[in-house]
Design a protein around this ligand. Structure first.
Ligand code: GTR
Length: 425
């Protein structure tokens, strides 16, 4: 029996590639969090105190944004606009007559290459100018609800036996498998629209820079982004901004009320999109963890070194310089959140999601608050974490709910309640 088990684990290790990972034991002990000093969002790198919005906008915000751009997520090395878009399918009678549905394909041309991605849009019927949530999905637009009219993407996808995905291809079998995470009916009934995109159409989530959007902006002979250029998170954030470009031209939607949403790696993405594109009216980070809302310097759960090793394509290569070297960072993730000010931002954690460091996510929201205060907005007023399932909802909002790393109906109910106050009013 023992021999069989050993053999099985050897097969597993070689099959999954885990053997290449250096050993890593996450710290889940609060008393072992290293002592660290957080940078003051209201003091410039040169030590000048920031006293008002004007100084923040002129001297501080740009230097923080520049640091994150070059050293964390990577800069987009050029400009690509939508070359053409096409409504490939639409209906005024979707979701039992409650919604209008559109499927729009955007095309981007550059360097003799073309990239396409599709946005699935639902708008509440009779209230099309409603605010709308925009966010990526992990397994294709057709996974988000049981609507049989949602087209199936033919882009590369990670295999997933539970969803019937093999050969890196999506099929009918995975329709609606992620409906719990999207709660489309609740959104529509609450007067919100939803726009979603399969993230793999913008950049397949693998360590390969020959696919997705990156090659469209290579200089001659370039094979991968330079050390300060975009990783996948930055590429996905770019895609969200292009989706917003489209929404600005769509007479059915109100592009001034788009709340960018994302879970996990896509929550890191929504934060970066919200930081870089100030047209987004609000930003939601659901369980985004390391490289998202969680403070890197706490090194609790997933760390910078670990994330750069497991997912070498997510960040700019410069970020590797902070592997096991977080104290050298002149910024931390609270300043990513501060970049979103004064717009509403919601950081959400889950109790069992220790890997994402709920306390580190909370503290980021708390330490971003002085920048919100500068704008006369209320953020997180106490450094004491609220109890489980006891949301604090100001312009900066936070909750930690029971359960695991996921997006639940509870999360959406909070986002809607908060958006009613912060975006609608
Ligand atoms: C994990 C990763 C996290 C988070 C998550 C996800 O494997 O370590 O940073 O992004 O994936 O996106 O589901």
């Amino acid at each position: 029996m023992k021999k069989i088990l050993i053999l099985l684990s050897v097969i597993l290790i070689t099959q999954t590639g885990f053997s290449q990972q250096p050993e890593f034991t996450p710290n889940y002990d609060e008393s072992k969090v290293p002592k660290f000093k957080l940078s003051d969002p209201l003091k410039t790198f040169k030590g000048r105190k920031i006293k008002n919005v004007k100084q923040w906008e002129k001297n501080r915000r740009p230097e923080i944004l520049d640091f994150f751009t070059r050293n964390v997520y990577g800069k987009v090395p050029g400009n690509i606009e939508i070359s053409k878009w096409q409504v490939v399918e639409q209906s005024d009678n979707a979701l039992n007559g409650k919604a209008k549905r559109k499927q729009v394909e955007l095309a981007f041309d550059n360097n003799g290459k073309t990239l396409y991605f599709s946005i699935l849009i639902y708008l509440p019927k009779g209230n099309e100018k409603a605010p709308l949530f925009l966010g990526y999905n992990f397994y294709g637009n057709h996974t988000i609800c049981d609507d049989p009219n949602i087209r199936i993407s033919d882009a590369w996808v990670r295999n997933n036996a539970a969803f019937g995905i093999s050969n890196n291809q999506l099929t009918e079998q995975s329709r609606d498998v992620r409906k719990e995470r999207w709660q489309v009916n609740t959104l529509i009934e609450s007067g919100y629209g939803l726009a979603t995109i399969y993230y793999g159409e913008v950049d397949p989530d693998k360590d390969d820079f020959s696919d997705g959007i990156h090659p469209l902006l290579y200089t001659e002979g370039q094979k991968r982004p330079d050390a300060d250029e975009w990783g996948s998170i930055s590429a996905w954030a770019w895609g969200l901004s292009r989706a917003l470009d489209y929404l600005e031209q769509d007479a059915d939607a109100d592009a001034s009320k788009v709340i960018v949403f994302g879970h996990s790696r896509l929550g890191k993405t929504s934060l970066w999109a919200g930081a870089t594109d100030r047209r987004f009216a609000g930003v939601i980070s659901n369980n985004s963890g390391c490289g998202g809302a969680a403070l890197s310097k706490r090194a609790f759960g997933e760390t910078v070194a670990r994330i750069n090793t497991s997912f070498p394509h997510w960040f700019a290569r410069n970020f590797i310089g902070y592997n096991n070297n977080e104290s050298a960072l002149p910024v931390d993730q609270h300043e990513l959140i501060a970049l979103i000010a004064p717009r509403p931002v919601y950081v959400a954690s889950a109790e069992e999601d220790e890997w994402a460091d709920p306390r580190g996510e909370f503290l980021s929201a708390y330490y971003a608050t002085p920048v919100y205060n500068l704008f006369g907005k209320t953020g997180i007023t106490s450094d004491k974490m609220p109890g489980v399932n006891q949301p604090v909802q100001n312009t900066v909002a936070y909750h930690i709910r029971t359960g695991k790393h996921d997006v639940t109906l509870y999360d959406w109910e909070q986002y809607i309640k908060w958006a009613n106050e912060q975006i609608l009013k």
